[in-house]
Ligand binder design. Sequence first.
Ligand code: PEP
Ligand code: MN
Length: 689
Amino acid sequence: MSTVPPPPALTELRQQLDKTDDEIVRLIARRLETVGSIAKAKAERSTAIRDTGREREVLARVETLANSLGISGPLTRKIFSEIIGYSVSRQVASLVDIERSHITVAYQGQPLTYNQLAAEQYVASQGLTGRFVGLASLAQVIEHLATGQADLAFLPIENTVAGSMNQVYDVLRERDLHIVGEDSFKVELCLAAMADVPLPALRRILSHPLALEQCSAFIDGLPQVQTAPFPDSRDAMRVVAESKDPTLAAIGSPEAARAHGLTILGADIGNQDEILMRYVALARAPLPVDERVLCKTSLILSTRHEKGALLRCLQALGEYGLSLTKLESRPRPNRPWEYMFFIDFEGNVVEPRVAAAVEALRSEALYLKVLGCYPAKATPLEAQASELKPVAEAGAADAASDTAPDTVPDAARGVTQAKPARMSKHYKLADRATRSADTVVRVGDLLIGGDGFVVIAGPCSVESAEMIEKTALYVHEQGAHMLRGGVFKPRTGPYAFQGLGLEGLDMLAAAGRAAGMPIVTEVMSPEQVRIVAEKSDMLQIGARNMQNFALLNAVGKVDRPVLLKRGMSSTIEEWLAAAEYILAQGNGQVVLCERGIRTFESATRNTLDLSAVVVLRERTHLPILVDPSHGTGRRAYVAPMAWAARACGAHGVCIEVHPDPDKALSDGDQSLTYPEFSSLMRGLSRVRV
Ligand code: PEP
Ligand code: MN
């Protein structure tokens, strides 16, 4: 009788298993090494990084092999999809210009919440290591990034169940930060308790309200339990662990459950099969991405106050063959019932067709800000496959726009197809050739440009709350549309009155509200722009700062109309080039203001160049105002030149008015008394145009 060999001891079997597992990990590492060599080979030729056809073949092959070995085909496919996804991320990361390999990442919340787990997943997929800093609020995360304490801020931006995170969109609008990456993260919700208790024994379930909502079907199946909302799912887990009460349970991530030594009673208990969270990585500067990487570009825009404006913007993208992956609207701050649009489309800003589309959008939109261009991840595989275009074909999309269907409205065609009659080297967005229709700029409820004529009036400087309010009420009663007043004054000498600063701005804003008029005031430095933009309806760039390029760029980045005065020794070309700085940053709401130039003539403070109005009406679509106060410097000359400005086609005038000009702290000689202003207004209404 032969003896049956005794079965191997359990420990021996486990050792065998460990060995196999180690081998699997080593094989994955070896696979990645080969992938690295492939990436290098691709870098030498201009081949697109992602070859979805090849990915499909690999998945089909391993699935067939798995089936022939009697293991689950779908499981094998799932494992390999993960491995391939990771390989692609590594290849993409090798083409992204990250200088350091260890980075600090700020996120909102505590360790082991989804935000931190997702940040870890993202950093690892970039082939980097990270230090992760969890902070209590979104504002703290942004401050950490802005002040250089973190290299990246990693923030959730949308959820496949709950939709978009509005606060993050507001940050993107307000701050000068850039999206440099995105990732999607599967939210796995599990139910955990102290011990392996039967579900009917549970009495209370704690978690974040969103998590409770996302597991409502599971909870409804336990009629005896009550739910208790908690600010943080990880805290809920902690409370369950500390309570030692076996009738308590919490919903959260399996990682948090394990960290608190809890037992998982139910895995993946969400209502939907898959809850995905989309995250964005923000940095202080944009990160260029190689042209072969499939990218998304995100931007914000405000449309013009015209019918079909949004449609024309979307057509501008369509004409360049770019596909939209997201369109979201958010209320425009301080503008009831007006909206800004957040747009994501597939394309890399280094591609000529994308650059051309963004340029077309800039001339179509009133305000545009590119938020970033980054490797696309949160996009369905098939969509990527159909949109991926080899570099050599980039020109094809341009050719396609020449055959745009006849149904495209003329105005939309004009943006991309008009061949400028005379192209200046320094400006194109401001050029009439790019846009034949007049731009109408909206300031509060007032429209500047087109057929209207506006009167902006007020003192040179805000001197007190009382004088600005009194003047506001007076000029409004006489028919003025908008209130002016300097609070940061550009004075020739440092000992002259420099303005009341932010306190004066509050006085000006209060006077504007009292009289029901929008306000305009001058900004002199980039640092003042955001704070003044919060309270003033329009920002003035003074003559002395017309070529302060840092200031022009700063006002170009905010969604506030700008009154750009002509430099006192600037040509019309230089002036339009200065306007172009603002437009090129994305702010299309620029109004030009002629205020006199320096000539040999000394009878007037400056020489008011009214011929600039007719030249500008021909060369640009932007509205043009005239300031005869600074243009002449003498009270007696102001009204006739204002009338002349209307007669020659200006869209409005800017007039200095003071309750007692002889006592004015600045520009008294050119400021009108109240009765003089009243007579100027009567004369204006008689001018025939
Ligand atoms: C002003 O408007 O008060 C002013 C200082 O104007 P400018 O920049 O045209 O001199
Ligand atoms: Mn002045």
